[in-house]
Design a protein around this ligand. Structure first.
Ligand SMILES: NC(=O)c1ccc[n+]([C@@H]2O[C@H](COP(=O)([O-])OP(=O)(O)OC[C@H]3O[C@@H](n4cnc5c(N)ncnc54)[C@H](OP(=O)(O)O)[C@@H]3O)[C@@H](O)[C@H]2O)c1
Length: 301
């Protein structure tokens, strides 16, 4: 039996937030949201350090998704926004939570880029953090909640892989060239991609909400990563298009700079060791099926 919770969600207007809020409400939880705009039940201004702590009244759990998009050219100001929007927002929430008499739990987004850009062999939650800008961002992002962990509050970090969605992220960007028959592997194609379907990502958050023993770092990826070549072939097969035009790594570096190197060209075979131990069940463990469902499922109303 589910005990309904009062949940506050930041970044609820985003790719993950929208279906997650819907799923939580469908399961009987009460959801309120914080946004930079009037689209939220409460507003905040992370740069000015403004957050209305009334938003935490009666809240059992906070889900923190907000953050400047990573999918942009990493100019110095963009890098600052990517870092500060995550670290400063987490600090704002943590400070407000610590002042509460009854402190809500925190489930925060994080990324598998914590492990770096390239790692030999499989990665699990015990693997130390690696190199690169995004690794630094995730270290500081998770680190910003350390005082809450030290205070004994339940905190989970959802180290998320490449989310499969038609609406945004890597797959949405790949679909157009692939549909025109000009898709292909990137670089050598040997680099590992640790992916997760959007329904499974949403379910993992719901699982973390409803299971009080879920805390600490949680790799949110499918049970098996794919090589970029395998991913390419599956995608071509699912949409019935050839995938014979490889994109050289140098072109990705030229087009996307450091961002391309740390995302599209990264090589991370991440395993969801803790989710597996907790008994989480994937709806889309198979890449071909996950791609088919993502691309051909009915759009959300
Ligand atoms: N999607 C992925 O592939 C993926 C993979 C790994 C990790 N993650 C992490 O999971 C979280 C959710 O991902 P998502 O794909 O749903 O992100 P998203 O679609 O880009 O949405 C994030 C939300 O954050 C808020 N936001 C954007 N820029 C901000 C800024 N500069 N300062 C404060 N808030 C800002 C926005 O909400 P308001 O406009 O309402 O304020 C936005 O709707 C993110 O933190 C992301 O890093 C995502």
């Amino acid at each position: 039996m589910i005990h309904p919770k009062n949940i506050l969600v930041t970044g609820a207007t985003g790719l993950v937030g929208k279906p997650l809020c819907q799923a939580l409400e469908q399961r009987g939880h009460h959801v309120s949201t914080v946004s930079r705009s009037q689209n939220g039940d409460y507003q905040w201004d992370v740069d000015k350090g403004e957050f209305d702590s009334k938003a935490l009244d009666g809240v059992d759990l906070v889900i923190h998704l907000a953050g400047e998009t990573v999918a942009q050219r990493w100019s110095d100001p963009a890098k600052k926004r990517i870092l500060n929007s995550r670290v400063d927002s987490t600090k704002l929430l943590v400070d407000a939570i610590l002042k509460q008499e009854k402190r809500p739990a925190l489930i925060s987004a994080s990324g598998i880029s914590y492990y770096g850009i390239q790692v030999d062999g499989p990665v699990d939650e015990s693997t130390p953090s690696g190199d690169g800008f995004l690794a630094e961002v995730t270290r500081q992002w998770e680190g910003a909640a350390q005082s809450l962990v030290d205070a004994g509050v339940r905190v989970a970090f959802m180290r998320t892989g490449i989310v499969l969605s038609r609406e945004g992220g890597a797959l949405a960007k790949m679909l157009t060239p692939f549909r025109f028959g000009v898709g292909g592997r990137i670089g050598s194609g040997e680099q590992l991609m640790s992916w997760i379907s959007l329904p499974d990502l949403v379910s993992a958050y719901v699982f973390a909400v409803e299971n009080e023993n879920v805390d600490g770092p949680i790799n949110v990826v499918a049970p098996q990563p794919a090589s970029n070549l395998g991913f390419t072939k599956n995608l071509g097969f699912v949409i019935g298009r050839p995938t014979i035009f490889p994109i050289p790594a140098a072109v990705i570096k030229l087009l996307f700079g450091e961002m391309g190197k740390e995302t599209v060209l990264s090589d991370l075979g991440v395993l969801p060791q803790r989710l597996t131990k907790f008994g989480f069940q994937w709806q889309n463990p198979d890449l071909e099926e996950a791609l088919r469902e993502t691309i051909y499922s009915e759009p959300e109303p």
